[in-house]
Write a protein that binds this ligand. Sequence first.
Ligand code: SAM
Length: 369
Amino acid sequence: MDGVSMPENQFPRAGRLPLPLPSGRFVQRSIARACRQTLQTESEPAVSAPKNPGSRRRLESQRETQRALQRELRQGLMQPVAQISPKFFYDERGCALFEQITRLPEYYPTRTEDAIMARYEQAMVEAMAPCQVLIELGAGNCEKVRRLCRSLAPRQFVGVDIAADFLARSVQRLEQDFAPMAARAVAADFTQDWALPADVPRAGRLLFYPGSSIGNFDPDQAQRMLARMRGLLGDDGALLIGIDLPKPREVLIAAYDDAQGVTAAFNSNALQHVNSVLGSDFDLQDWAHEARFDTSCSRVEMHLRALRPVIVGWPQGLRQFAEGETIHTENSYKYPLGEFLGMLSRAGFDRKRVWTDAQNWYAVIHAHA
Ligand SMILES: C[S@@+](CC[C@H](N)C(=O)[O-])C[C@H]1O[C@@H](n2cnc3c(N)ncnc32)[C@H](O)[C@@H]1O
């Protein structure tokens, strides 16, 4: 592993870096950047403490979240193959780029899922009604849930997403368009311990998890995530989930490496987001987007490949990357339908109904608790 993590106050200085360094102007530039980091400390907003105890608690909790994200990033970047969780795609620009991706000709999942939901809407409504509380995980722009709001007319909608501001705006639009349905936004990170607000009624819940986002988790994590979802439901609750199925490699690669380069911009933008969270100095020009298919794991992988030797610094650490070395930013598992249905059963979902497209590229599953 080409990395070092430094104890506090022992930042690198030019000329005495604790690593053998490759030469070249990019490395020089990176050293300069790494050294500039010595002037910074782990960033916390320089604001005076609010007097109100509620605001103080909120501020402290935001700081703790920020510190946890920074810890996670440092750990990921120091792995033998450096990793950045896909949740770091979703700053404001990342959310906007993802919306563009969903409209690309190569990106079949959104189109296909939408076509399945349009075609089988009536049968789905019969399976799902009545629904009192519609909860969307990874709600993003809340576009997909509009169909369900129209056909199920729930009393309440709860959108959950890590992209707090983007979500808040989408939920506000939804509430205006679907009055008198109450709508609320819950900013949460599914990869951490999270909970719905205690006053969300437990009866009549429908969880909606579209977009094959479950594919971002490896099988063990996905199994735990499904069990967590089952735990959010009472015995009258259900899950409506979209999953992307295995298909020819070239279709998959094109979907994750489009001709216009939007997915490439989305992938590199994660580095920008990491810079703002961690105070690191990734230069996006040093990295190229790469999409691979790993047949043995049935997953598409997205990486960022160093175009030259690079040193990336952050407060209290740095990592040296050789030319060609990658940072792994996303997995997207393509679970075979039978395997996924088994995972749902193990998570405690008993009755399932499945709708697919003519090519069997995608499935929407209603799984009853
Ligand atoms: C691939 S997008 C899907 C958006 C939309 N649901 C759709 O299907 O088009 C994933 C969404 O999940 C959110 N997300 C990603 N990782 C998350 C996490 N760890 N916790 C909460 N939300 C997350 C992102 O902010 C984004 O809105």
